[in-house]
Write a new protein. Structure first.
Length: 427
């Protein structure tokens, strides 16, 4: 039986932090393998990349999520007790709660709410010298998802809640003061969300029945008990936080429209190009580098021995740019998605496998629809300039963003919202 290759390092934590997106793929190429063993945070860890590894990771029930993610990620990005850390029937039951929110009508309502806010905010942009798209989209998305989820968000609280929700994903992998600020944001958001769950349950807050707040506050575990308030709060934040995080993809999309200007015309002329474009943005611009699991027992894969209890990291970025799957993966080519077969293990920016029963993020559909609407707005409803700025991507930070966060200026309305393309309801 062959031994899993080792990277030969006593501990690779610092190397991973310095190169979070390409650490696994680069070492796999150097070792001429799809997997290797190292130590991360002093714990023995098997790192894997590629579609075959993704299929193992998302199909094999010997790999579980419980206690797999490092504690610092649990205490910032994910929260404790949420769906990401569940397995088996408990996970499938909780996943049904999230899937109930992902109907076409509900996703369309969130998209339309975002477009209303974006359209109104563009009126203000016309009078501003410069607009930082990352900052603007974060706040617009925070207001949109809270309204959609049934979460009261007074105007005076918008900036604070946006900042706190951003901190959960922007500082999740950081160390030192930024990490502690993210922990504080998690604590404050948990109290806020728990309070709202309690208000729904005692009848003092009455969101619509189809809203995320009502669904989560009234959801019952398989034993018939309501979710503990702290767990319900985690799950409510698992709706709000990822939606605000779509701002990262939107900023990347604006960057791509600048770098590949011919796509502005293509999107303006044919709405059918929107989905291939945003899918290529999600493939080409990395967001979260890897996901973790643990083995529940000894097993073999490709004749390699995986011991019980070993942490396993699946490389998302490297799998999305694997040259065995993608032709010229280092080139931005949206046309590749015109004929894409939808393989659930070759393209995994938000996880792989099944949305319904597996650990693939159900909010993926929200991300795609919001990105499409945002790109359509940029190319069809406004004109703008990009002043001199540093648009280089900082791949040592999480999430990777253009250093300038994409600044636009001289914004002018081309039209109001393109009503022939996207219907926006009255408020």
């Amino acid at each position: 039986m062959p031994r899993i290759p080792s990277d030969g390092q006593l501990d690779s934590t610092l190397a991973l932090l310095a190169n979070p997106y390409f650490f696994i793929a680069e070492r796999c190429r150097r070792l001429e393998t799809d997997l290797f063993e190292t130590r991360i945070l002093l714990g023995r860890t098997i790192c894997m990349t590629g579609p075959a590894a993704a299929e193992l990771f998302y199909r094999d029930e010997q790999l579980v999520r419980k206690d797999a993610m490092p504690a610092r990620i649990q205490k910032t990005l994910l929260g404790e007790g949420g769906v990401q850390g569940l397995d088996g029937e408990a996970h499938r039951h909780r996943k049904r709660m999230f899937m109930s929110l992902m109907t076409s009508a509900r996703i369309g309502a969130l998209r339309d709410r975002m477009l209303q806010l974006l359209d109104a905010r563009a009126n203000d942009w016309e009078g501003m010298d410069r607009v930082v798209l990352y900052d603007e989209t974060r706040e617009i998305l925070a207001k949109a998802v809270c309204a959609w989820a049934g979460v009261p968000l007074p105007p005076a609280d918008v900036a604070r809640r946006t900042r706190q929700l951003t901190g959960l994903f922007q500082n999740a992998g950081s160390v030192g003061p930024r990490h502690w600020r993210a922990r504080l944001s998690r604590h404050r958001l948990q109290r806020w969300a728990s309070r709202m769950v309690g208000q729904v349950r005692d009848g003092s807050l009455e969101p619509q029945e189809e809203s995320a707040l009502h669904v989560i506050a009234t959801w019952r575990d398989p034993d018939g008990a309501l979710l503990r308030p702290a767990v319900a709060a985690v799950e409510l934040l698992n709706v709000l936080r990822p939606t605000v995080a779509v701002s990262v993809f939107m900023t990347s999309a604006a960057h791509a429209l600048h770098e590949h200007g011919d796509w502005q015309h293509k999107l303006r002329e044919d709405q059918g190009n929107l989905e291939p474009f945003v899918q290529e943005v999600r493939r080409f611009y990395p967001f979260f580098p890897a996901v973790a699991a643990r083995s529940t027992k000894d097993f073999r894969w490709r004749d390699y021995h995986f011991p019980q209890g070993r942490r396993i990291l699946l490389d998302l970025t490297g799998t999305n740019s694997d040259p065995r799957t993608w032709d010229a993966p280092g080139e931005f080519r949206p046309d590749r998605f015109q004929q894409w077969n939808g393989n659930a293990f070759t393209f995994i920016p938000q996880g792989g496998g099944s949305h319904d029963t597996g650990h693939r993020c159900p909010g993926e559909w929200i991300a795609i629809e919001l990105m499409k609407a945002f790109c359509d707005f940029l190319v069809g409803s406004i004109t703008y300039d990009l002043p001199d700025q540093d648009l280089s991507i900082d791949l040592s930070s999480l999430p990777a963003l253009p250093k300038s966060r994409v600044v636009i200026s001289r914004i002018r309305r081309r039209t109001s919202l393109r009503h022939d393309r996207i219907e926006v309801p009255a408020d």
